[in-house]
Design a protein around this ligand. Sequence first.
Ligand code: TPP
Ligand code: MG
Length: 347
Amino acid sequence: MTEKRPVDSADSASKRGAPPPSRSVGPVMDSALLLKLYSEMMLIRRFEERAGQLYGMGLIGGFCHLYIGQEAVITGMMSVAMAGDSIVASYRCHGHMLACGMDPNGVMAELTGRAAGYSKGKGGSMHMFSQEKHFFGGHGIVGAQVPIATGLGFAHKHKKDGFVAVCYLGDGAVNQGQVYESLNMAALWKLPVLYVIENNKYGMGTSQERASAGALHDRGDGYGIPGRAVDGMDVLAVRQAGSEALDYVRGGNGPMILEMMTYRYRGHSMSDPAKYRTRDEVDSMRKQHDPIDHLGARIVEAGIASEEALKEIDRDIRARVAAAADFATSAPEPEASELWTDILVEA
Ligand SMILES: Cc1ncc(C[n+]2csc(CCOP(=O)(O)OP(=O)(O)O)c2C)c(N)n1
Ligand SMILES: [Mg+2]
C-alpha cells in the first residue's frame, strides 16, 4: 500500500504561491528506467491502435476516445507517483488505466462489453474503476472528475495517509465552473491534490486558443495555487516536473497545477470529421515531437539499446495487445440479469 513507485524523491521546501525550483529526478540516463518508460508508452500506443481497429470492426460500441500522442503525460507522472495515490481522469482514460497497472485484458474486455471487463461490461470506455489500483474513473461529464479528485484529496488529508490525489483534466474542462469551486476548497483546506491539465490543444473541434483566456496553468492564481507549464511530449520533462509537484503537494503545501503541453493525433472520438485542423499540423507534431520516437532516439544514441532491441520490445507489446484483443472478443457477454446489479448501493 505504501510502496513507492520508482521515484528519486527530493525534499520539498516551497511555500504556497512559489513552486519549488527545478531539481534533477536522478540519473536521467538510467538504462532500465528509460526502457521501462519506453515500453509503457508503447503499450498505451499499441493498445489504443488496437482499440481503434476493434471499434472500426464494430466490436466496440458507444464512445471511445483514444490517447495516442499523449502517452508521455501519464507514463511520466505514474513513474513518480506513489502506489497509494488516487488517480482520476476524464473519458480519455485508457492510457491512465494501463499506466496504473490495470490489466490490458480487463480494460479491452470492458471496451467490448464483456463480463470480464473492469465494470463487468456495463461501463464501457469511459467508465472503468479499480479500487485495487486506486483508479477512480473514467468520467464522461467534462470536468466531473475535478470535484471527485478534490474529495479524494480531502480523504487523504483526513486519514493522514501521506497519499495525494492526482486529477487529469483537459484544456476544455478547465473552463467548467466546478473546477473553480474545487480549486477554492483545495486551496482553502490545503488539500493534497495535483491538478494535471492535459492541454492537447483542442476540446472536441474547438481550439484551446479560441476557447480559453490566459494561460491555463495560471488559473489557480486567485487562490494562491502555483502552476507551471511542462513539455508534455517529453516523458523525462513530465517526470521531473511531476516529481517536484508531487513533493510540493505531498509536503502539505496545498494543491498545485501542472499544464502538460501535449497533442492528440487521432480525432476527438471515433466520429470526428477533423475539419478544425490540417493534416500538416498533425503530421508535423508526429514527426517532430512524438514522445515515443523521441525517447527511442535518446535510448539508441546513448547506446542503451539498439534499434533492433527496441523493435523486439514493440513485437512483444504487440503480442500482448493482440492477446488482450483475442481475450476481449472471445470472453462471454454479461448475463441479462446483470442489468439489475450495481445500480444502487445501500449504505
Ligand atoms: C458537461 C459536459 N459538457 C459537454 C460535454 C461534451 N464534450 C465531451 S468532450 C468535450 C471536450 C472536452 O475537451 P477537453 O477537456 O480538452 O478534453 P480532450 O477531449 O481534449 O481530452 C465536450 C465539450 C460533456 N461530455 N460534458
Ligand atoms: Mg483537449
